[in-house]
Design a protein around this ligand. Structure first.
Ligand SMILES: [Fe+2]
Ligand SMILES: [Fe+2]
Length: 365
């Protein structure tokens, strides 16, 4: 990162600022300061001003940033004081973090392009493939979160719901801003297969939840559960997890412990709701009772679990493995239609309608 690729968060809500910073810092350098601190010696590229306890102090910060030619995003309960500059944007103080992140990264994109344009003798900027670049930033942030979650699980350190939420919000924002196809293209380049799989399943879940017009809270719950569904694999020996060939019966038995390991681990920590834990424990159950670990059947398998199971299988089939090429999306879906009644026929068709049709149209797959 260059020195100017930094975000400064000026906030009188330190708890919220830390959560926002955590989602930002894997993409660009980020630091938080109290509004009573001095203006930094090295100006940031973009600042977030979240100062609502003292409106004069908030106005002073906006003025300082404007004078220093620093683009700013103000989180405020007050009506905006006119448009002071194109590089000043405002959102409500209670705007969802997803919206704040999307606006912030949009501002960074715009401001970097402005600076490049100013620096280029020809005056030409390079804002090509802006959607992919934006998705890449969200992917880097989400990958950082996923890596920390899996490392914490492997080492027996606690995993917080707030950390999982930060990763989930990056994925929700990426899929809603850039689309599922761009998201899949971007995460394909990340080489840690387990992380890529988690990001892919969560991306499908985000697109599925939005396509079904689920309530916002349910979309978040669905994407978060999808992100965490294979967390138990953090405890599976790497020689089994990464084995390039077929697993022996014993290795398969070990591998099949991952849903219970993940659910037990998060359940013991607390902070995760039953619906999320159900997804983690039961995402390999089949409607005809042939799945594992509990052999649940029919109505015993909640809808949220069924949704993630569909995203999980479609994602796995279309991912590259050491021992096989990825299946094209349409072939993967046809194969899954052939798995009915193990899978929910109604939800499979909904998945095709709201998630896959866009991919079919865009891709040669
Ligand atoms: Fe799994
Ligand atoms: Fe999986």
């Amino acid at each position: 990162m260059t020195q100017t690729s930094t975000v400064l968060i000026v906030s009188d809500r330190p708890d919220l600022a830390v959560l926002l910073a955590r989602a930002v810092e894997n993409v660009v350098a980020c630091r938080c300061i109290d509004p009573r601190e001095a203006f930094p010696a090295v100006p940031p590229l973009v600042a977030v001003v979240d100062v609502n306890q003292d409106s004069a102090l908030a106005r002073a910060w906006i003025a300082r940033l404007h004078a220093a030619r620093v683009a700013s995003l103000q989180l405020t309960d007050q009506a905006p004081h006119g448009r002071t500059a194109a590089a000043t944007r405002t959102l409500r103080a209670d705007a969802p973090r997803t919206v704040v992140l999307a606006t912030l990264f949009g501002l960074i994109d715009t401001w970097q392009a402005v600076r490049r344009k100013a620096a280029a003798p020809s005056g030409e900027g390079a804002p090509l493939q802006a959607g992919a670049a934006k998705a890449e930033r969200f992917a880097r942030a989400a990958t950082g979160t996923v890596a920390r979650l899996f490392e914490a699980a492997a080492e027996g350190r606690p995993i917080t719901a707030a950390e999982a939420d930060a990763g989930t919000e990056n994925i929700l924002a990426a899929v809603s801003e850039c689309g599922i196809r761009t998201w899949l293209e971007v995460i394909e380049r990340h080489d840690q297969q387990l992380y890529q799989h988690s990001l892919s399943v969560a991306g499908y879940a985000a697109a599925f939840g939005a396509g079904l017009r689920l309530a916002r809270a349910d979309q978040t719950r669905l994407a978060r559960a999808a992100l965490l569904h294979d967390l138990g694999k953090a405890k599976i020996p790497l020689e089994i997890l990464n084995k390039p060939g077929r697993l022996t019966d014993h290795e398969m038995a070990v591998m099949r412990t991952h849903p219970a390991i993940g659910a037990d681990l998060l359940g013991a920590q607390g902070g995760f709701d039953t619906a999320t834990l159900d997804v983690i424990r039961h995402h390999h159950e089949m409607l005809d009772g042939s799945g594992y670990p509990a052999g649940l059947a029919g109505s015993a398998i909640p809808d949220l679990v069924r949704l993630v199971t569909i995203c999980d299988i479609h994602s796995a089939l279309t991912e590259r493995r050491a021992y096989r090429d990825p299946l094209p999306h349409r072939d993967a879906h046809d194969l899954m239609l052939g798995m009915i009644p193990k899978l929910d026929a109604h939800l499979l068709r909904a998945f095709e309608r709201v998630v896959l049709n866009g991919i079919f149209e865009d891709a040669t797959a």
